[in-house]
Design a protein around this ligand. Structure first.
Ligand SMILES: Nc1nc2c(ncn2[C@@H]2O[C@H](COP(=O)(O)OP(=O)(O)OP(=O)(O)O)[C@@H](O)[C@H]2O)c(=O)[nH]1
Ligand SMILES: [Mg+2]
Length: 441
């Protein structure tokens, strides 16, 4: 997979509405006068990744998870220089990794002047504090990384409000951690007692007020979009769902001849888009939605409620899968679990296996990238041929299955007619007395 890196600034704890510091004094936090919270922007980022898999997790899986974390870090503008893995029954409650591993990470961070350490799980507020005190660089967990990417991507007022809500909800229990971080940056060293308790209380109150305000704002948006959705009755609604970066927006563009932003980065789409599509004289509404990912922070899912309503209220889900991805089966499971979480699992579904042009039976690529704490996996089994996969999936899935390449336009006519057939069936079920109306746009 071709991965792009970019060099824009890194700003994980504030919404993109806030000012960022310039690169000359990138390590100096600035206070946002509107909210009283601090912006801890640091520039020219290099990142170290840390994963703590349990003892049963195969090495190849650990490696795939770290590939994904690395892709997330790159999407957010950081360059990954090292990966650390420690196998534990469960993460250390105090510092996530054990004492020895922590010393190893610290030595590496000090030696290379890495600007942050990213953990492939959500850290508790106390783990975050302890790690910050120990490593003296910015500590980022998986949730914060994802929230930050969402903040960069969100464009519509609703999506931006949703992201801001998620940011403040993440921030609230961690305010003391940030203060410790700020204290260190002032050159005071880390204090046991923690500085400025009254200021922390003030900050907490400001953040709580902001959370209430954002929730109210979202309720207003919700009412507006409910009214909008009610006005769309009489037309079948279809939602594209799937793991992030599988090709949903590319398919949306192809089917609706629109121009939705598609990119080889995670979470290219954060705002949902709805387009009217007509296939074989059958009109329907197609929506492109935010991609799912493993360990999606629950709060982020909750804050994205109104975006997810598009999925919850759809008559048909088109579940897009990137078959060229080594973990595509796990990705299918993650998507199905997330659909369950948002109460959208019982809908009719078409399964679209995309990127067949990129499918390869060769697994040697993954085995080449060995890193700290991993054993070479020379016996990785060959993947089945595309034909074998097709046969297996056609036989085992309850839902209709189709294999396409959106990029190479392979099997697209078949996709169109499969979709048209299902939409027609649903249309006559839902609106038995109503002929489909094809109006000119
Ligand atoms: N090789 C190949 N690449 C594809 C195909 N379809 C899409 N892509 C590429 O995959 C990347 C992701 O595509 P998007 O359409 O942005 O994926 P998405 O599912 O909307 O992603 P998010 O919005 O991030 O969840 C882009 O670089 C596309 O050009 C395909 O059939 N084959
Ligand atoms: Mg997209």
């Amino acid at each position: 997979m071709a991965k792009k890196t970019n060099s824009h600034s890194w700003n994980p704890t504030t919404s993109n509405r806030h000012n960022t510091t310039d690169s000359a004094n990138g390590n100096q936090p600035t206070r946002d006068p509107a909210t009283g919270t601090y912006n801890t922007t640091v520039m020219a980022e290099t990142a170290v990744l840390v994963a703590v898999p349990d003892k049963r997790q195969p090495d190849t899986t650990t490696q795939e998870y770290l590939d994904e974390l690395s892709f997330l870090a790159e999407t957010a503008g950081a360059q990954v220089t090292k990966r650390f893995v420690q196998r534990l029954e469960k993460p250390d409650t105090r510092t996530f990794v054990g004492e020895g591993k922590l010393a190893e990470i610290k030595a590496y961070v000090n030696h290379t002047k890495a600007s942050m350490v990213i953990f492939d799980d959500e850290l508790s507020p106390s783990q975050l504090r302890n790690l910050e005190a120990e490593l003296k660089v910015k500590i980022v967990d998986r949730s914060l990384l994802i929230i930050d990417i969402f903040a960069r991507r969100a464009k519509s007022a609703t999506a931006r409000t949703q992201v801001e809500l998620a940011q403040y909800q993440y921030l609230l229990p961690r305010l003391t951690g940030l203060w410790t971080h700020l204290d260190k940056q002032r050159g005071g060293g880390v204090s046991q007692r923690g500085p400025g308790e009254t200021e922390i209380e003030t900050d907490r109150r400001v953040v709580r007020d902001r959370i209430d305000f954002l929730k109210e704002k979202l309720e207003t948006f919700d009412k507006q979009s409910n009214t909008q959705r009610k006005s769309r009755t009489g037309v079948v609604r279809v939602a594209l769902v799937g793991y992030t970066n599988v090709g949903k927006s590319t398919i949306m563009n192809m089917l609706s001849r629109s121009d939705v932003f598609a990119e080889n980065k995670l979470f290219a789409t954060v705002d949902s888009t709805v387009r009217k599509v007509v296939l074989e004289n059958m009109p329907f509404l197609l929506s492109d939605t935010v991609g799912f990912i493993r360990k999606l922070p629950t709060r982020l899912i909750e804050s994205f409620k109104s975006t997810l309503d598009e999925i919850r209220e759809a008559d048909l889900l088109v579940h897009v899968v990137d078959i060229s991805h080594p973990s595509f089966e796990e990705q299918i499971a993650v998507v199905n679990d997330t659909l369950k979480d948002i109460n959208a699992a019982d809908k009719p579904m078409l399964l679209v296996f995309n990127k067949i042009d990129q499918y390869s039976t060769d697994t040697s690529n993954a085995a080449e990238q060995q890193f700290e704490g991993m054993n070479a996996d020379e016996d990785a089994p060959e993947r089945p041929s595309l034909e074998q996969l097709k046969a297996t999936y056609m036989a085992k899935m309850h839902d209709p299955v189709i294999f396409i390449s959106a990029q190479e336009r392979t099997n697209i006519d078949e996709l169109r007619s499969l979709l048209a057939r299902h939409v027609a069936k649903l249309h006559y079920q839902r609106y038995p007395n109503q002929q489909p109306v094809v109006e000119e746009e």
